[in-house]
Design a protein around this ligand. Structure first.
Ligand code: GDP
Ligand code: MN
Ligand code: MN
Length: 256
């Protein structure tokens, strides 16, 4: 398996055709996986925004002033407003904002970035990353590049462990997970629970290549990896009903 950054991509602007820009620079072949950082998908989709677009309502002001008290840092209530508008549920309101985005991904600050966004204050996540991935895949197909799976990624923290890593937000031409249940281990025992989130694993591997700073390499081609014969599924984001950690958070409040 090899991962290669797509070279020489320009600064991405609203309306840019990512499939075209990538197809011109990458040697994509059937069976390859293409990962694209959500940052550039958002830029192409016009998701850069300014704080002035988010006049803070009472809830956002309340959240920001409590965060200021707890952290001793200045918090802009308009940022809290942007996070609320991008989210369907606030899972934690302190000491940071953990929310569920409108497309089901749970992350800090609704995934809104303040780095790698020239001329604007904020970069919102793509509205519907799976549709973004489908659009890029179709764009490749119209250029004669068939059977390339596309994963839109982001860098995201995680509970229980230090450090951030790449995760998948949306995908096309590939299942999210590979189901090992019913397969056997080396002692012949049947696997009962293992469903492998291959889109997250590919996103994490690709993030090693994209970097997090000024590298300018948001797209990565994965060669020599295949999904194999196991069943796939598209479940990635847990529903609240099946997510006992999030349910426990509902009963908990940060007290400093
Ligand atoms: P995220 O993980 O999707 O939030 O994106 P990052 O901010 O970590 O950026 C991922 C990679 O994309 C890094 O190598 C950045 O330097 C690069 N990058 C960000 N924006 C652009 C852009 O407009 N053009 C190019 N060529 N690279 C970019
Ligand atoms: Mn990001
Ligand atoms: Mn990143």
């Amino acid at each position: 398996m090899e991962l290669h950054a797509v070279p020489d991509l320009p600064e991405i602007r609203p309306g840019d055709d990512l499939a075209a820009l990538i197809a011109e620079r990458a040697n994509l072949e059937p069976g390859n996986v293409l990962t694209v950082a959500s940052t550039v998908v958002s830029k192409a989709e016009g998701r850069a925004a300014d704080l002035s677009e988010f006049p803070a309502g009472p809830r956002a002001r309340e959240i920001a002033s409590r965060l200021e008290e707890l952290t001793g840092e200045e918090k802009d209530p308009r940022f809290a407003q942007a996070v609320l508008e991008e989210s369907t549920e606030l899972a934690m309101d302190a000491p940071f904002l953990l929310t569920e985005t409108r497309f089901g991904h749970v992350c800090v600050n609704a995934g809104i970035d303040r780095s790698n966004v020239p001329d604007h204050d904020l970069l919102l996540l793509p509205k519907r990353p799976t549709e973004s991935a489908q659009r890029i895949r179709r764009g490749l197909e119209t250029r004669g590049i068939e059977d390339v799976a596309v994963i839109v990624t982001d860098t995201c923290g995680r509970p229980f462990r230090h450090g951030q890593r790449g995760v998948a937000l949306g995908w096309a031409g590939i299942s999210a997970s590979r189901d090992w249940r019913g397969e056997h281990d080396r002692d012949g025992r049947e696997l009962g629970v293992t469903v492998q989130s291959v889109v997250d694993e590919l996103a994490s591997a690709a993030n090693l290549v994209t970097g997090e700073g000024a590298d300018g390499t948001p797209a990565v081609v994965v060669r020599g990896w295949s999904f194999g014969d196991l069943e796939g599924s598209d479940n990635l984001f847990r529903d609240l009903e099946g997510d006992f950690v999030r349910q426990a958070l509902r009963e908990w409040r940060f007290e400093g």
